[in-house]
Write a protein that binds this ligand. Structure first.
Ligand SMILES: Cc1cc2nc3c(=O)[nH]c(=O)nc-3n(C[C@H](O)[C@H](O)[C@H](O)COP(=O)(O)OP(=O)(O)OC[C@H]3O[C@@H](n4cnc5c(N)ncnc54)[C@H](O)[C@@H]3O)c2cc1C
Length: 414
């Protein structure tokens, strides 16, 4: 249960934002003896509620190893659905790209988890942990960074002294703003409509991504009731002005629009829960560190969900920052020192820049219907499908298994 009494805390790390990324960092650090204060503006009962976030996330293979290592995956044992294959198609074209787990000799290409289950797993794990004090609903009223540490005053009147503050407070990060870190934002003229559907036929653990002129339409396999394979999460990207109209259609018209895109390969479908809308934007920061301060997850960048990689990037931030801080502590160094934080920044900069550029480029390439471009990309998809080595490189990057991996992403202890 979160602690909400007016108090004075002395801690190692103050984490602002208990989303999936901030919570994972709190769990990873407190597991190796760091004292953590975790603050969020939203009541955790609301955040972990079924109605808070209609999305599901594709978790890549290496972040999944970390979730297992830090003790979160155990809570998700009966909640996830492995993705065995991915089929990428360009609208109605007969040329497509097919990724199979067999190509990379893995049990699965990734795992679909509903965000509500992920958040509930984090909250359950945090509740068992003596080293994390969870203060919510609460915000930072004042933050100052001095040579010896960070001093914060919370909106409930509590005071926190810490060695480091981590901004895990999402796209509109207040911590980023307090630190004066410049953030560039560009809105995509697109909105993602998110839905959950039950369908008559099994998805067979296959994810589908159809590139339609207004944006990608993804059908992502979920675990249904009693572990059945008849539920999917839909991420349906539309031009924002069209999305507004579609979202407000009466049920019968909405169903018709949906079915035109969903197709018939999974049989009859029924909606489970409400329609959700997420306006899309791209964001990047000039730096993700400053004196006694680090940014992780969506506070550090925001990418297009076309490849389902935003949370995976955030989880990779967690693995890198947790390792840098743990090594600094073991060697007796100051965890807030820029020398160590610089290691985190360098470790993560390339991966997030590549992913930001790739997702932006893919969206530009596919979200149009200009004939020569369409022809070139269809031939490109078909060519990649035939070129085994190129296909494997793409797959390994998406699975997060390339580059110099932090210990947690290899499933090793911190
Ligand atoms: C439609 C869609 C589909 C997606 N699918 C995938 C996918 O399949 N795979 C994938 O890897 N990624 C996916 N993503 C991206 C992913 O959802 C995000 O990258 C991820 O949720 C970011 O998590 P976070 O913890 O960094 O930020 P957030 O989830 O935004 O959490 C921030 C937290 O900070 C708190 N907070 C904010 N401001 C304050 C404040 N001032 N004081 C205190 N607390 C504060 C908030 O209450 C919140 O709890 C998708 C995104 C979209 C839009």
């Amino acid at each position: 249960m979160p602690n909400n009494h007016h108090k004075s805390y002395k801690t190692d790390v103050l984490i602002v934002g208990s989303g999936m990324v901030g919570s994972c960092l709190a769990i990873a650090l407190s597991g190796v003896g760091f004292k953590v204060i975790l603050v969020d503006q939203v009541d955790p009962l609301v955040q972990a509620g079924n109605e808070f976030d209609g999305r599901a996330s594709a978790i890549a293979a290496t972040p999944q190893k970390m979730l297992e290592e830090i003790g979160i995956w155990q809570y998700l044992k009966h909640k996830f659905m492995p993705i065995k294959d991915i089929r990428v198609a360009d609208g109605g074209s007969s040329l497509f790209l097919h990724y199979s787990h067999e190509d990379v000799l893995c049990e699965a290409l990734g795992f679909m988890v509903e965000n509500r289950h992920f958040r509930q797993a984090c909250m359950a794990k945090i509740a068992t942990n003596k080293n994390t004090t969870f203060v919510a609903p609460c915000k930072i009223q004042h933050l100052s960074r001095v040579a010896g540490g960070v001093n914060a005053v919370l909106t409930n009147g509590s005071q926190v002294e810490a060695g480091l503050v981590v901004g895990a407070d999402g796209r509109g990060s207040k911590i980023r703003e307090i630190a004066g870190i410049k953030c560039t934002t560009r809105s995509y003229p697109q909105t993602a409509i998110v839905l959950t559907v039950d369908h008559a036929l099994s998805h067979n653990k296959v994810a589908h991504e159809h590139f339609l002129p207004s944006g990608p339409f993804a059908i992502l396999p979920l675990r249904g009731k009693q572990g059945r394979t008849n539920r999917s999460s839909i991420v349906w990207t539309e031009k924002s002005e069209v999305a507004k109209i579609i979202l407000n259609l009466p049920q019968a018209d909405f169903t018709n629009e949906f079915k035109r895109r969903f197709g018939e390969h999974l049989g009859d479908s029924t909606f489970v829960g409400p329609r959700w809308a997420y306006p899309l934007s791209l964001q990047y920061v000039e730096t993700r560190i400053s004196e006694r301060l680090a940014l992780i997850g969506d506070a550090a960048y925001g990418i297009h969900p076309i490849a389902g990689q935003g949370l995976n990037l955030g989880l990779r931030d967690v693995a890198a920052l947790a390792e840098v801080l743990t090594d600094a502590k073991r060697l007796g160094f100051d965890i807030g020192s820029v020398t160590f934080l610089e290691k985190y920044q360098k470790w993560r900069r390339f991966d997030s820049s590549v992913m930001l550029a790739t997702t932006d480029g893919l969206n530009r390439l596919f979200s149009n219907d200009i004939h020569p471009i369409k022809l070139a990309r269809d031939l490109g998809l078909a060519a990649i499908n035939k070129l085994d080595p190129v296909k494997k490189v793409f797959m390994q990057h998406a699975m997060g298994s390339t580059g110099n991996l932090p210990r947690l992403l290899k499933g090793e202890p911190l």
